[in-house]
Write a protein that binds this ligand. Structure first.
Ligand SMILES: Cc1ncc(COP(=O)(O)O)c(C=O)c1O
Ligand SMILES: [Zn+2]
Length: 401
């Protein structure tokens, strides 16, 4: 069995790379590269009909769209499709006709990051690696360590000392080599790039390793299938580094290339007002057709309570800004207090308990509803719930009315 990867293309300057390129980023401009596929060949084995006949209920039913050769390399953990629930309370409160939540709190390590880690771990296993690394605000590391434990591959994680206790506990029990960094996520990130570069360790860093986007994109295939093979009108995505939204965009771009959808949904990036680098950049750009090489992200000083999206310099920022601009979407800011209040709003009205970053999507939709900004949002709308609430109970216990 082989894969349909055909090469890579820089998301900023457009430089192209062959499929055996083993670097992480563009050698010309230092930006992220995007995997490309032979869609014509994929179309011969992947269609609505083939999916209807496929009895595999996990993300591996989308195997032709992943960048590894053989299913035998995937970590032996359950990556079943996650539920897409209608959210009737939010429908009533917002005045929309069709609103859903996508519950990724129940993936193996409790976050959306398992979509990326399972695919990138399969790539690592196929390369025959015995040790891999990553920096993380918490979830990506937990997920990488979880998949490493299942695959028998050692994992080194660089994590800021401010990460919630539950996430540090998760890292430790999965047996990772945990390097607690006296500094923020950005410092952990840079150190991981430096040290992994020196030792040649395969680095999963978000917005650096091109294959994380290739795993995250499966959420779009799932939503499309769960809506009866129809794309939603809009998807609300919590944004830190911007790799999740870039993966969502990639998934719908794949479906469009395959002729399976005619229009990519509007992607709505939601950020805390205390970690809003992508939103700031998006607001400064008036022309949605801007040349990608002109998109520049500036580092800010992030302080949000939603630790998973607390990022100074978004590492997949160019793709995130492009995802918003090119899909006709928007970037929305929400207050930290509203993020915390939405944990209870979502849990008490749907039974799904998500962490602060995880409900930021819902906070964004409600912010637009309150400010009259929903009129031009297409339906159905889907809010991604990206991390489990048990990962950060302190945040919710501190809630003020
Ligand atoms: C729960 C959760 N939500 C959202 C995000 C944001 O994803 P990204 O950093 O790719 O924008 C993260 C990233 O750590 C996360 O863990
Ligand atoms: Zn480039």
């Amino acid at each position: 069995m082989s894969n349909f990867l055909s090469g890579f293309k820089c998301l900023s300057c457009g430089k192209e790379y062959k499929k055996d390129y083993s670097g992480y980023i563009c050698t010309d401009c230092g930006s992220n590269i995007d995997a490309e596929y032979d869609y014509k060949a994929i179309g011969k084995v992947f269609s609505v009909e083939s999916l209807k006949e496929n009895t595999d209920k996990t993300v591996w039913r989308y195997k032709p769209l992943f960048p590894f050769n053989d299913i035998k390399y995937i970590p032996p953990l359950d990556m079943s499709l996650t539920p897409l629930y209608p959210f009737s309370k939010l429908r009533e409160d917002s005045g929309m006709d069709e609103v859903y939540i996508k519950d990724d709190t129940r993936l193996p390590s409790g976050s959306f990051k398992d979509r990326a880690s399972s695919v990138v771990m399969a790539v690592a296993a196929e390369k025959g690696l015995s040790v891999v690394s990553a920096a993380s605000t918490g979830n990506a590391g937990c997920s990488w360590a979880c998949m490493g434990a299942a695959s028998g591959i050692d994992v080194i994680i660089y994590v800021p000392k401010t990460a919630p206790r539950a996430k540090i506990a998760q890292l430790r029990v999965y047996g990772a080599d945990v390097r607690i960094i006296d500094g923020n996520y950005d410092k952990a990130y840079d150190l991981c790039v430096k040290e992994s570069g020196e030792t040649g360790c395969f680095n999963r860093n978000t917005g650096y390793n091109p294959f994380t986007r290739e795993g995250k994109k499966s959420v779009s295939y799932e939503i499309w299938e769960q809506l009866g093979f129809k794309a939603p009108g809009s998807v609300f995505v919590p944004v830190g580094d911007g790799n999740i939204i870039s993966g969502v965009w990639k998934g719908f771009r794949d479906l469009k290339e395959l002729g399976l959808i005619s229009r990519i949904p509007e992607l709505i990036a939601v950020q805390s007002s205390k970690s809003d680098a992508v939103t700031r950049t998006t607001e400064k750009i008036s022309d949605r057709d801007i040349d990608p090489s002109e998109i520049k992200l500036e580092s800010i000083s992030a302080t949000t309570v939603a630790d998973s999206i607390s990022v100074d310099l978004p590492r997949d920022g160019i793709a995130a800004v492009r995802a918003v601009l090119e899909t006709g979407g928007k970037a929305v800011r929400v207050d930290d207090n509203d993020i915390i209040k939405n944990i209870k709003y979502v849990a008490a009205s749907t039974g799904v308990f998500a962490e602060p970053a995880g409900v930021t999507s819902v906070a964004g939709l409600r912010e637009l509803a309150a400010s009259g900004g929903l009129d031009d949002i297409r339906e159905p709308a889907v809010c991604l719930l990206t991390g489990n609430g048990l990962k950060d109970v302190d945040a919710v216990l501190k809630e003020k009315d």
